[in-house]
Design a binder for this molecule. Structure first.
Ligand code: FES
Length: 346
């Protein structure tokens, strides 16, 4: 029998291990989370959350005075008293894990938009003076844009390619192939606006608080968060080993290749292995799948903190393959996997 119930919070994707008989709020506080609450007696309603799946119950003597009848009918519960009796998904806003920063919405100037290849752009956003923006290397932001229909706004997620140690600007890498309409709209938006609205930080990927080596597996512009992780680790003068495997179809897709070779030459703890799936005729480097090459070169995979960034299909394939090879879930870091887990799809 399980010794705890897994309660997955939305929209954050945090997973709480709640002990039998424990309320969700009590578990969150025990685990060091910052969560909204006040009375802890089912009276104020500040800890309200909506049950999306699973079962939560109250002790017999608890009456949820802090909720309106309609809220109860809509599935809301008071999490200071609600006790899970199964794994569950609960919508509960403004909950932050230990060390997590508050999400901020800010306006910033589009400093430059540079073509890295025919279809990939490097975007630099200038942060407003005297505005502190906190995030962890490996996290992502959301760019807010008007809906194409003209009513309301929509948000597009992009990994941050610069390290948090660089405090005056944020860097993004955006691939916008001709048939990818929404990405083309983003580029058009950035080309026509001098100021844009962003919201950050999001995501659970970040440099771990240990000195384990990092295995960084990137596909295409999935390189962006890896660049932030590498630059942040070097800026902190960490000595941990960093091994980046960057997969692309051809050399054109390795848009930061020369800079990575230079960086690896300056920092012996950084190894860089480019891997092509459709190699150019004169390519003498590695070919195939980056994660299989990495597994062959590092039979001790579970000694690493593994970071994966690229397409959903790539993330799923590596997750399944690496768990079978003995990588613990806690050492596997990937936004796609967090998202799928949050949706109950894994
Ligand atoms: S904290 Fe007041 S109702 Fe839960």
């Amino acid at each position: 029998m399980s010794t705890h119930f897994r309660v997955t919070l939305q929209p954050s994707g945090h997973v709480l291990a709640v002990q039998p008989g424990e309320s969700v709020l009590a578990a969150a506080l025990r685990l060091g989370y910052d969560a909204p609450f006040a009375c802890q007696q089912a009276a104020c309603g500040i800890c309200r959350g909506r049950v999306l799946s699973g079962t939560l119950i109250y002790e017999d003597d608890v009456k949820p005075y802090g909720l309106f009848e309609q809220e109860i009918a809509d599935g809301y519960v008071l999490l200071c008293q609600a006790i899970p009796t199964s794994d569950a998904h609960v919508e509960w806003h403004d909950v932050r894990a230990p060390g997590e920063f508050a999400v901020k919405k800010i306006s910033c100037a589009v400093q430059s938009l540079t073509a890295l290849t025919d279809d990939t752009w490097r975007v630099l956003l200038q942060l407003p003076a005297h505005t502190r923006v906190d995030f962890h290397a490996g996290q992502y932001l959301q760019l807010h844009m008007p809906e194409p229909t003209g009513s309301g706004t929509t948000a597009r997620a992009f990994s941050i390619a610069s390290a948090p140690e660089q405090t005056d600007q944020l860097e993004l890498h955006i691939r916008a192939v001709a048939e990818h309409t929404s990405a083309r709209e983003v580029i058009r938006h950035l080309q026509t606006r001098s100021v844009v609205t962003i919201e950050l930080p999001f995501g659970q990927c970040r440099l771990p608080n240990n000195d384990k080596p990092l295995l960084l597996l990137a596909g295409g512009t999935g390189f962006a968060p890896m660049k932030a992780l590498i630059e942040s680790s070097l800026a902190r003068a960490e000595t941990r080993a960093l091994h980046l495997y960057w997969g692309a179809q051809t050399t054109t897709g390795l848009y930061w290749h020369r800079q990575l070779l230079n960086l690896a030459a300056q920092h012996p703890q950084l190894r860089y292995t480019p891997v092509l799936s459709h190699p150019d005729a004169d390519w003498t480097g590695a070919t195939g799948f980056p994660h299989l090459l990495a597994a062959a070169e590092h039979p001790d995979l579970n000694a690493f903190e593994v970071f994966v960034s690229g397409s959903e299909a790539m993330a799923r394939a590596i997750y399944q393959n690496y768990l079978l090879r003995g990588v613990p879930e806690a050492q596997f870091h990937c936004d796609w996997i967090d998202l799928l887990r949050g949706q109950g799809a894994l």
